[in-house]
Design a protein around this ligand. Sequence first.
Ligand SMILES: Cc1cc2nc3c(=O)[nH]c(=O)nc-3n(C[C@H](O)[C@H](O)[C@H](O)COP(=O)(O)OP(=O)(O)OC[C@H]3O[C@@H](n4cnc5c(N)ncnc54)[C@H](O)[C@@H]3O)c2cc1C
Length: 222
Amino acid sequence: MITSYFGASWYGLPPRNYLIASYFTLYPTSVGSVHIKVGDNGKEALDITTGYLDDASDIVPLNFAYKKTREIFRRMPSYRGEASTRHPRFPQGSAAACGEASGPVNLNAPDIIYTAEDDEAIDNFHRDNAQSTWHSLGTCAMKQEADQGVVDARLNLYGVTNLKVADMSIVPLNVGTNTNSVALLIGEKAAMIIAEDLGIDCTECPSWWENAPAGLSNVSSG
Ligand SMILES: Cc1cc2nc3c(=O)[nH]c(=O)nc-3n(C[C@H](O)[C@H](O)[C@H](O)COP(=O)(O)OP(=O)(O)OC[C@H]3O[C@@H](n4cnc5c(N)ncnc54)[C@H](O)[C@@H]3O)c2cc1C
């Protein structure tokens, strides 16, 4: 078992069959920032701060998830131990140390007990290894302007006329779901808003489902 988002080869582990576990905080408290800076030479440069784990509370669910995932995996029939290089560096002699195993532990086996030093190792592991899942969003959040919002409820940019934003940047808070599906939804809603702004009546437009291939329209009505 390794804790990772990518496969074993990514980390130079010897070729074997591995089972990978990864866990995510869907609603982190930490917030990063993105700014465009124009330098003295007139060229634009990005100024990005990810803010990962800046808020102390964000590491708590990661630490919990690490321990819980380990308990689940070591009870699985396929369990043959842990690749220690992709785990926290527990102090020598720690009861939480990782290693090879001949098989799973008993379902009723007691949970691993972690000392304060072990907890610190888990903390450090997450700070050194936490990665993005590339679901960054909200840089032009739809909120009140006084609340640092960038667009209003009809996607208009505050302070600029005839400019709308319609992508994941308008999302005011993180979404605990597939970001791509939300991006498509925003695009569809934006099309309706823009049509309304242009005075185009969309109520008479046939829906995609009405012209969908036979099999698919059955699915929609079922
Ligand atoms: C490696 C990776 C893996 C991911 N995996 C998943 C996944 O498994 N599931 C999931 O739901 N989401 C996943 N995501 C996230 C998802 O792809 C994004 O959240 C989503 O695509 C965001 O949509 P968007 O329209 O806001 O931005 P984008 O899809 O980035 O679209 C922005 C568009 O604007 C264009 N553009 C940029 N600047 C300009 C400009 N100045 N003028 C004109 N056009 C411009 C770009 O070319 C691009 O086409 C992943 C993202 C990455 C990077």
